[in-house]
Ligand binder design. Structure first.
Ligand code: PGA
Length: 253
């Protein structure tokens, strides 16, 4: 079975005390996961080491950075390199979240460089894609998201692509309480898998987990995750509440 992932995206929230409390809560009640199920905490940079030390003793629990530099090292004040993230034992990095694309002008071409840098250190990118509302209303979401994948990922070999996790997050559903329906998610995920299959073959396309993100909650996770091409979720708001995120972990196939 393809990997199923519940990824928490804390964004720019929580103090260190709150972060530790939330991790303790979640890990204390952590249930035994099946081999194909994974939980990933994408925490702010200052908490990466703490979070990594907490998940170390919990099989199938991992930590992600929320971004990284495309540069290797050097005079880039305020940036964080993949080498630094890797040196903490962190294994994932979220790339191309719509908030980074919108507020920090991250382009598909820049993201291609970040993907390469992450893979060169063996980190798994959780690569985000998704369309804004006007594109959805115009009905051109499939080609919009397809372009994001092509321009940031299609320079990779099949072997490299097989290491990527994709998160489809329609921007109109992020933090709005307006979730895509399970059918809308399935439709896009199926399309993305077909796009991957056309470029890399069915086998490789069948390996890549495609997560859904955008107002996933404890109450709707099960229905969304039950769709055949939805392999879990990337969760913002509901990942900050232990009881909600536990329900989301429980909803994994
Ligand atoms: P949300 O955020 O769950 O709060 O909608 C999802 C995300 O931005 O990853």
């Amino acid at each position: 079975m393809r990997q199923q992932v519940a990824a928490a995206n804390w964004k720019m929230n929580l103090t260190i005390t709150q972060a530790e409390e939330l991790l303790n809560n979640l890990l204390q009640q952590s249930k035994q996961l099946s081999d194909h199920q994974k939980v990933v905490f994408a925490v702010p940079f200052p908490y990466l080491a703490l979070a990594q030390s907490k998940v170390n003793s919990h099989p199938n629990y991992f930590v992600a950075a929320q971004n990284c530099s495309e540069k290797k090292s050097g005079a880039y004040t305020g940036e964080t390199s993949v080498e630094m993230i890797h040196s903490l034992g962190v294994e994932y990095v979220v790339l191309g979240h719509s908030e980074r694309r919108e507020y920090f002008s991250e382009s598909n071409a820049l993201l291609a460089q970040k993907v390469d840098m992450a893979l060169s250190y063996g980190l798994t990118p959780i690569f985000c894609c998704g369309e804004p509302l006007n594109i959805r209303e115009a009905g051109t979401q499939n080609s919009f998201v397809e372009k994001q994948l092509k321009e940031s990922l299609f320079h990779l070999s099949a072997e490299q692509l097989a290491k990527i996790v994709i998160a489809y997050e329609p921007i109109w559903a992020i933090g709005t309480g307006k979730t895509a329906t399970a059918d809308q998610a399935q439709e896009m995920h199926q399309h993305l898998r077909a796009v991957l299959a056309a470029q890399y073959g069915k086998e490789t396309a069948g390996i890549v987990p495609i997560l859904y993100g955008g107002s996933v909650k404890g109450s709707n996770a099960k229905e969304i995750f039950s769709k055949p091409d939805v392999d879990g979720g990337l969760v913002g708001g509901a990942s900050l509440v232990a009881a909600d995120f536990t329900q989301i972990i429980d909803a994994l196939k």
